[in-house]
Design a protein around this ligand. Structure first.
Ligand code: F6P
Length: 528
């Protein structure tokens, strides 16, 4: 197989990178009055403007060629049909099946997985309706008023982000809490405010073996037993979303309250599965279905649209342009929407855990950069924190601006200020301080900083679903072009293993660790 960097498209892009570097983005607009129309597109309730990029027509054509000459069409078909594309874990990758709105069979190990998906959706529907209506009772007959999701990584970030984004749709009488950190202060702070008789815990863990989640779940169960119920009552207050039924049952969760999902759902792609249970409890089953429908619509667009008009493909190619040909190291995500304040954290895991790889799918070291460092914060807060560096620092950082167009009733004035601030920033990053009236370099903003603007018509479950699926597919396309496995995370596993070894050996065998770790462990032991 030809090495990526030796391919004709890659070499053409390398040459274009050198000549384009000195172009001014604003000159592209001067040369082409139709640039905005040409470099923007709508998919359902999402509108993407990618005209403020350091990308000429020639570069765009070369990027599209790169995608066309890659294995994308084949790998996309393999993903959707359930072929094993997560080669190191020997698994298919089927989050798209979880949100499928068709009855097209998806075969894994000779069996159609769609009936099981429908069965679990039905379980989520029945349970969420019972809790939301008050029909589900705690041990002393009261309804549930607080739901605590205990999970970490993909078993926290997706539902956490979505519940916050869709807060305005939430059940008015139920509060939602997310506990992830193994730091005991996290769970204690949440428990302090709760009444065990009216609290429901969801233990969200694909494996039911993650140290942080198990420790938090045990602490929650101890708290529950100390303050209220007996062992037999645990079943009315603890449910689980897990592929590991056996371990969930051993924890005391009733068989019928284990919400199943499957090995072929990756943690960071799992909010569409029963890991999304808090979302269904918060916004209702119909809202959860709308979220899935929005994602499915994006899936259909991703499958059917030509490369040059395909939103996830375009976003992936733009990212590749900056990372591989323009020297960018990071990608900033700046939602001008307080409801999306968890989105940068969610996208950080999605992108960095997926594409933070340095060997290709055959295990050979790659000689090009892969996934970017993803970071960000909501606007307008970011303007008063890190935007200075973006305007005048030495780094070159492409930005994704994201906003919802429709204001919440009563927030019109704020919303107008929010959106105009975002547009002003995107304009300023591109144009810089070009009036030339002040020649002091300290005042000079060079501009030519690229950005995309993604607009949601409104923050609805459907549009949020489409937005998240858009980023999932962007990450997938980049992984395919870089020829890496976007669906494993062996680096994370290493840390988990060593944490286990350290706690097992701390009293007996610290010499197994490096001198620095030994020295630090000596200090730690003074406190335990
Ligand atoms: O962070 C690493 C990871 O393995 C993620 O991929 C996963 O989402 C998270 O840990 C939690 O794992 P689990 O759902 O099995 O508790």
């Amino acid at each position: 197989m030809l090495q990526l960097t030796r391919s004709v498209s890659w070499q053409a892009l390398t040459r274009l990178g050198e000549v384009t570097r000195n172009d001014r983005i604003r000159d592209y607009f001067a040369a082409d009055p139709k640039r905005f129309e040409k470099m923007s597109l709508r998919v359902g309730g999402l509108f993407l403007d990618y005209s403020k990029h350091h990308i000429s027509d020639e570069v765009m054509e070369a990027l599209v060629e790169l995608a066309e000459h890659s294995a994308l069409v084949q790998r996309r078909a393999q993903m959707f049909s359930g072929d094993i594309i997560n080669v190191t874990e020997n698994r298919p990758v089927l989050h798209t099946a979880l949100r499928s709105q068709t009855n097209t069979p998806v075969i894994v190990d000779g069996k159609d997985v769609m009936p099981e998906i429908h069965k679990t959706r039905e379980q989520i529907r029945a349970f969420s309706e019972a809790v939301r209506s008050g029909e589900w009772k705690g041990f002393d007959g009261q309804r549930i008023r607080d739901v605590v999701n205990i999970g970490i990584g993909g078993s926290d970030l997706g539902p956490n982000m979505a519940c916050r984004a869709l807060l305005k749709h939430r059940h008015p009488e139920i509060n939602f809490h997310f506990v992830s950190n193994v730091d005991g202060n996290h769970i204690q702070k949440v428990l302090k405010r709760l009444d065990p008789a009216t609290t429901l815990f969801i233990v969200s863990t694909k494996t039911f073996s993650t140290q942080e989640t198990l420790l938090n779940a045990k602490t929650a169960r101890r708290w529950f037993l100390e303050h209220a119920g007996q062992d037999a009552d645990v079943g009315a207050h603890f449910v689980a979303a897990s592929t590991n039924r056996k371990a969930a049952k051993e924890f005391g969760i009733r068989e019928e309250n284990v919400f199943e999902f499957w090995a072929w759902v990756g943690g960071r792609y799992s909010m569409w599965s029963s890991i999304g249970l808090p979302i269904a409890l918060s916004i209702g089953y119909e809202g959860f279905m709308e979220l899935l429908e929005g994602a499915h619509e994006m899936d259909q667009h991703f499958i059917n649209a030509p490369m040059a008009e395909n939103m996830p493909v375009l976003m992936a190619l733009i990212g590749i342009w900056y990372i591989n040909f323009m020297g960018a190291e990071t990608q900033a995500i700046v939602p001008y929407d307080q409801a999306l304040h968890q989105l940068p954290a969610f996208l950080q895991q999605l992108d960095m855990e997926s594409n933070g790889k340095s060997v290709d799918i055959f295990g050979r070291p790659v000689d090009y950069k892969t996934g970017p460092i993803v970071w960000g914060e909501t606007g307008s807060n970011g303007q008063h924190a890190f935007f200075q560096l973006l305007h005048q620092g030495t780094r070159y950082v492409p930005i994704d601006f994201i906003a919802s167009l429709k204001p919440e009733p009563g927030t019109e004035e704020h919303h107008f200020a929010l959106i105009t601030n975002m547009l002003a920033q995107a304009n300023a990053f591109m144009e810089g301080s070009q009036d030339g009236s002040n020649l002091d370099p300290h005042y000079n903003c060079p501009g030519n900083r690229p950005s995309s603007t993604l607009l949601l018509d409104e923050m609805t479950p459907r549009n949020l679903g489409a937005l998240i699926a858009l980023y999932e597919h962007k990450v997938f396309v980049q992984g395919v072009i870089w020829n890496i496995n976007s669906f494993d995370q062996w680096g994370v596993q290493l840390g988990k293993r060593i944490a286990g070894e350290i706690s097992a050996r701390i009293d007996t065998d610290v010499k197994a660790f490096d001198p620095s770790t030994q020295g630090l462990l000596a200090l730690v032991r003074e406190h335990f």
